[in-house]
Write a protein that binds this ligand. Structure first.
Ligand SMILES: C[S@@+](CC[C@H](N)C(=O)[O-])C[C@H]1O[C@@H](n2cnc3c(N)ncnc32)[C@H](O)[C@@H]1O
Length: 285
């Protein structure tokens, strides 16, 4: 049976039975991936009774089986949408999350408010380069530096920055704690999404536990180890009046505001995401 409608329905049923919450969306996106259609076009083709060639159906079957085994959709397609970008992703790097798009927005807002024709931003722990590239493309007159410590993630950052960075993002291999000391006291905005899950809290989703690197997820006994070190780095890098935008986990707001105050930041504010969970800190040096 090669009808688009039936293929989508069968894949969505298998995904739902495997515990995938976004079963229908993932089924439509995989059909879109093998055909080159948008998700809307897949729905339209299904409605119109379109059929796929045998070779396409065979390819789809392989990908559906991979997704059913809880491999992340983004690893199967090799792509993750992030704001206006489509990033390359795969083993060794964190798949950028939709909630981090909001964190990017708060950093972009802060960068746009800098009264300087060529403001400087730094992304600590860049992973795919998602935050750095969002800033560089949405504030095109800015200069952006992206720091990453772990080689597998660096490879993905290099690839994305080369293809999407328009020559305006500088990738730096190194530890956030000490990297870019030549910029100390000059940076306008630091954005960061550090590892912040407490070591003992194992994520439930097989896509996270089995595929996201532990070095991107876990932040020590209390989840705050890297937040402390990244806030310290931001205090070193930022100029007076510069802004820190830092993603953190739900329930960490109070502790993160205290860490910011200890490092000399003023007016720390905790921001909620669309599900009303504590999601990020903004603070001014
Ligand atoms: C939660 S991930 C965020 C990745 C990306 N910024 C995003 O939002 O999708 C944290 C990233 O920080 C990197 N990282 C962890 N410790 C680091 C350190 N001390 N210095 C630099 N990067 C670090 C990890 O390798 C990982 O890529």
């Amino acid at each position: 049976m090669n009808s688009v409608d039936q293929l989508v329905t069968d894949a969505a049923d298998r995904f739902a039975r495997a515990g995938i919450v976004s079963a229908l969306a993932d089924a439509e996106l995989l059909v879109g991936f093998v055909t080159g259609w948008t998700r809307g076009e897949v729905s339209a083709k299904a409605f119109m009774g379109a059929e796929l060639d045998d070779a396409v159906v065979d390819r789809l079957a392989t990908l559906v089986a991979r997704r059913e085994s809880r491999e992340p959709l983004q690893h199967i397609t090799g792509q993750a949408p992030f704001r206006y970008l489509v990033l390359n992703v795969g083993p060794g790097v964190l798949v950028p999350r939709p909630e981090t798009e909001l964190v990017a927005e708060w950093a972009i807002d802060a960068l746009r408010q800098v009264p300087n024709p060529s403001p400087i931003a730094v992304d600590l722990g860049t992973g795919t380069g998602a935050l750095a590239l969002a800033l560089a493309t949405e504030v095109p007159y800015s200069r952006v530096f992206a720091v990453e410590r772990f080689e597998p993630a660096l490879e993905w950052a290099r690839k994305n920055i080369e293809s999407l960075g328009d020559g305006r993002v500088t990738l730096v291999a190194g530890d956030a704690e000490s990297a870019l000391s030549e910029l100390d006291g000059t940076v306008d905005v630091v954005v960061t999404n550090p590892p912040y899950i407490p070591d003992a809290e194992r994520p439930q989703d097989p896509e996270v536990l089995g595929f996201d690197p532990e070095t991107a997820l876990f932040g020590g006994d209390d989840g705050l180890r890297d937040i402390r070190s990244f806030v310290g780095a931001a205090a070193r890098l930022l100029r007076s009046g510069g802004v820190l935008v830092l993603e953190h986990g739900d329930g960490q707001g109070e502790a993160v505001r205290a860490i910011a105050l200890e490092h000399g930041f003023r007016s720390p504010v905790t921001h909620l995401d669309l599900l009303q969970r504590e999601r990020a800190l903004t603070a001014t040096l």
